[in-house]
Design a protein around this ligand. Structure first.
Ligand SMILES: Cc1ncc(COP(=O)(O)O)c(C=O)c1O
Length: 397
């Protein structure tokens, strides 16, 4: 079969909710991915950060294989070993607390929103302040939490109880707090919002504000978590811990899993039996894969690699900035990097794709580059050559 045959099947049978390229991937290994016609691509945006360890990391694939032979699923009214071990591992790498498991980033954020509402309900508080340009998912509550109008259009009436403030503008956020506010929710680095990194002073002040006003501080680490920025979680770059943290994407290394981590400083029992649930959440297959992700990051010292390769890649991007006038800014942390352009980015992404490099464009003009945490200098050099050529054509055009 060819790419065009699969495209025909998609057009016939799959609802067109995605802007898609007619390319069907069938095999992946590390930073390489192959389409059904055998063309190979260098993947510098693996699975929108899901395949953070690269495609089919051997430890993750092996864990899935082993677990698939033993037990695929256990309902959550019983217990399973892998879920308990995974919760322990997440807490060990983050902060004292307990974990709720689900299947995606949106579900993890939905759980955080429900947690905040239930927590606030005793004192009549329910509002959550989120940031403009944020992205929290596509369920009705999480798309409402998302501070971007384009995702809201056509879905009225949206659930109430959300206020939107400016990221990195503490004074403006502070003004939104009222007697109804229960929580402040943000991404330490806005991914979909254009790789915008939270300033340390902003987060510090938000943290103090939450303590003073007794608000929950919720960090959406769906994209930034699991080593992407060179630490296990992005909040660890700042001298503070959130009350709630959500995870997904690289958490499963390709297996669908999401998590809400609630800090033990929240003394009340909030999500008590019957108040929230997920049929699949934390099943042995997904939890087993996730445990292997943690093991691989530790065993292969991937946090170190992210730091080194992140610096190497950022330096290479800064070199490109010197050469190409269309690059306005290079920003990000670790291997979560963005190039802001003075022109729309889609044509450049398309040129890279044609030349065998996968990257992403967000907010119309920010190229998002998030290679696997296992990436090497050699692969970065290859990718930079393709990007350099694509940017060169943009300069000419
Ligand atoms: C920061 C953030 N939160 C939430 C989500 C939603 O995750 P999912 O698509 O797994 O529901 C995403 C997805 O891109 C994200 O980047």
């Amino acid at each position: 079969m060819k790419n065009k045959d699969i495209d025909h099947m998609y057009k016939t049978y799959v609802l067109p909710t995605y802007t898609q390229k007619p390319i069907c991937f069938v095999k992946g290994k590390g930073s390489r991915i192959w389409d059904i016609e055998g063309k190979s691509y260098l993947d510098f945006f693996p699975g929108w950060a899901v395949s953070g360890l690269g495609h089919c990391h051997p430890m993750v694939s092996q864990a899935i294989k082993e677990q698939a032979r033993k037990l695929l699923h256990v309902p959550n009214n019983f217990q399973n070993l892998k879920q308990a071990q995974l919760a322990q591992e997440i807490v060990k790498r983050s902060f004292p607390g307990r974990v709720f498991f689900c299947n995606s980033g949106a579900e993890a954020n939905e759980a955080a929103i429900k947690f905040a509402r239930k927590w606030g309900s005793k004192s009549g508080r329910y509002e959550i302040i989120t940031m403009n340009q944020s992205f929290h998912g596509r369920t009705l509550a999480t798309l409402t939490a998302t501070g971007q109008k384009k995702f809201h259009e056509g879905f009225d009436p949206l659930p109430g109880g959300f206020q939107y403030g400016e990221f990195n503008r503490f004074d403006q956020i502070q003004k939104l707090v009222s007697g109804k506010t229960a929580a402040i929710m943000l991404e330490p680095i806005q991914g979909e919002g254009g790789i915008r990194v939270a300033e340390p002073d902003f987060l510090k002040k938000i943290k103090v504000l939450c303590e003073e006003k007794k608000l929950l501080l919720i960090f959406d680490e769906v994209q930034t978590g699991m080593g992407r920025t060179g630490k296990w979680f992005a909040y660890q770059h700042y001298d503070l811990e959130p009350d709630l943290m959500t995870l997904a994407k690289t958490l499963g290394g390709g297996a669908p899993i999401g998590a809400l981590v609630a800090h033990s400083r929240i003394k009340e029992e909030v999500l008590t039996p019957g108040t929230h649930a997920s049929t699949y959440g934390g099943n042995p297959l997904a939890a087993g894969a996730s445990l292997a992700v943690f093991k691989a990051i530790a065993r292969e010292r991937l946090l170190e690699n992210v730091k080194h390769m992140g610096t190497y890649l950022k330096d290479a991007l800064l070199e490109l900035k010197k050469k190409h006038a269309v690059i306005r800014d290079v920003r990000g942390l670790g291997l979560m990097l963005g190039l802001e352009l003075a022109v729309p980015g889609t044509a450049i992404v398309d040129r890279c794709l044609a030349n065998g490099l996968l990257i992403n464009c967000t907010q119309g003009n920010v190229l998002r580059i998030m290679p696997a945490m296992t990436v090497s200098k050699r692969l970065i050099d290859q990718a930079m050559r393709i990007l350099d050529a694509a940017l060169g054509e943009a300069n000419e055009g």
